[in-house]
Design a protein around this ligand. Structure first.
Ligand code: AHR
Length: 500
């Protein structure tokens, strides 16, 4: 196969918001307990945080992490998770039918995020709770002092405010599975009033309203419109959630989900703009893709709920294979190509629960296949996204009528002079020669690094005993000639090529 990719240094989609390299930590299964937090683990530090997981989190390069849920959020009392740990209540969590000990809560997460080097993204419970709890929680977290709740935080050992800037107004409120699911009308009103009082407590925060839980929801489209019709002026973001599947067990169909993600993003942006147009507003609502990943092998109720209200049972511990890594790489390209609207995104979740990092309680931690495209994207995803013109043969699938074999994006980083091409070859059988023209980006270029993720067996996985089966390798088929590059991509491969 042959394809061409052309960019021009002056044709810019947008600066890239590094918060698109976010992840998600929910009180679910072994994400918190046995994942990021495991006192007594051989690598645990003085706070009980697993050192091996912290190290892998830093290597993953995640920039922001959403907490504490997820469906868990809609039944959560923030007060249960603060203060002396021996006085914290043990509760039944109705989202995952588990027992929650509350030994880990807001202050532990804030300590962990400092050690991990990430920014926190918090959610307020708009299921069983409402605006009153939300404003109180925000005051506890962000107010300097001299009020009951900020002084309570200080009495818990946190003199300085946490200064949490990004807040989600509930979680998946359109989903009937949600604890206290709401109609768009009910949610739009409560999101508006919650946003209003939260801004009065702290005008520096950014707020995200819940969009649809996925693109196939029966209320998709009308949900976004009605919700924003209420709260457009008070929120900055609307969320999108999406989980990809290969239920058809066909890799070429599976690649179509990347096109569907691109469509999803553009559709939600269009709906936001329709509400803005009706209001004659100059404001643009940005998109927070704050849950996305591959999730289908463990998407059955028996993987989500275990009998007997166990503490931190293994739930949805999806094992990722080589083709899943290509999908994650492709989804990251889709986000970058929509960098003018997608400003935050969270790979769901971080560890064990549909996570790029897997652990054994008491034992090892390792990188799943999907770890690698994410880490590469975060490592090289700095600067401005350029508008690429792609000329590639394509194929058609049930999932999407026209799927170009080449899927790519180009990031230019004026800060260090590098330009990086991310390219996915979606042909399962053919390698691809790509001619790249980096117009106006400087004739004295040379290769910095060329990395590929490829495995001849698309079902290959990483395990505790074979953790590097699917791992990045050097692509030595790259020729740089000034602003022109010729790159050979293996069939079914995700590639990252940096020049300077
Ligand atoms: O990430 C797992 C679950 O998926 C989250 O709790 C929920 O928001 C979504 O349905």
């Amino acid at each position: 196969l042959k394809a061409r990719l052309t960019v021009d240094r002056d044709f810019v989609i947008s600066d890239l918001d590094r918060r698109v390299f976010g992840t998600f930590v929910e009180h679910m299964g072994r994400c918190v307990y046995g994942g990021i937090y495991e006192p007594g683990h051989p690598t645990a530090d003085e706070d009980g945080f697993r050192g091996d997981v912290l190290e892998l989190t830093r290597e993953l390069g995640t920039t922001i992490t959403r907490y504490p849920g997820g469906n868990f959020l809609s039944g959560y009392n923030w007060e249960d998770g603060v203060g002396p740990s021996d006085q914290r209540p043990v509760r039944r969590d109705l989202a995952w039918f588990s027992t929650e000990t509350n030994q880990f809560g807001t202050n532990e997460f804030m300590k962990w995020s400092k050690k991990a080097g990430i920014e926190p993204m918090f959610g307020v419970n708009l299921g069983t709770k409402g605006p009153d709890e939300a404003r109180q929680f925000l005051e506890y977290c962000n107010h300097t002092g001299g009020s009951a709740l900020s002084d309570l935080r200080k009495s818990h050992g946190f003199e300085k405010p946490h200064d949490i800037k990004f807040w989600c107004l509930g979680n998946e409120m359109d989903g009937p599975w949600q604890i206290c699911h709401k109609t768009a009308e009910e949610y739009g009103r409560v999101a508006l009033e919650t946003a209003k009082v939260m801004r009065w407590v702290d005008p520096t925060i950014q707020l995200a309203a819940c969009g649809s839980s996925h693109r196939n929801m029966p209320t998709y489209g009308s949900w976004e419109y009605q919700v924003l019709d209420h709260c457009y002026d008070e929120v900055d973001f609307i969320s999108l959630h999406t989980y990809f599947n290969n239920n058809a067990d066909s890799a070429s169909e599976y690649f179509g989900v990347i096109e569907l993600l691109d469509a999803f993003i553009k559709e939600v942006a269009a709906i936001c703009d329709a509400v803005g147009a009706k209001r004659r507003s100059h404001k643009k609502i940005m998109l927070s893709l704050d849950e996305w990943n591959v999730w289908y092998k463990t998407h059955k109720i028996e993987h989500m709920r275990k009998p007997g209200w166990p503490e931190a049972p293994p739930l949805i511990e999806e094992v990722y294979n080589a083709e899943d890594a290509l999908i994650v790489g492709g989804a990251l390209i889709a986000m970058l190509n929509n960098a003018d609207r997608v400003k935050t995104a969270c790979l769901a979740q971080l560890v064990n629960v549909i996570g790029p990092i897997m652990t054994e309680t008491g034992g090892a931690a390792w990188r799943q296949t999907i770890f690698h495209p994410f880490a590469l994207a975060s490592k090289y995803g700095h600067g401005r996204v350029l508008r690429g013109v792609v000329d590639s043969p394509s194929y058609s699938a049930k999932a999407f009528p026209e799927i170009p074999y080449l899927y790519s994006t180009v990031i230019d980083n004026p800060a260090d002079g590098t330009t990086t091409i991310f390219a996915l070859n979606r042909s399962l059988s053919d390698s691809m020669e790509v001619d790249v023209d980096l117009r106006g980006l400087g004739k004295e270029r040379s290769l910095v690094a060329a990395t590929e993720i490829h495995h001849s067996n698309l079902k290959a996985v990483n395990t505790k005993d074979a953790p590097n089966t699917v791992a990045p390798k050097t692509n030595s088929d790259v020729v740089v000639d000034g602003e022109k590059l010729r790159i050979k991509l293996k069939p079914a491969s995700f590639n990252v090529i940096t020049t300077k």
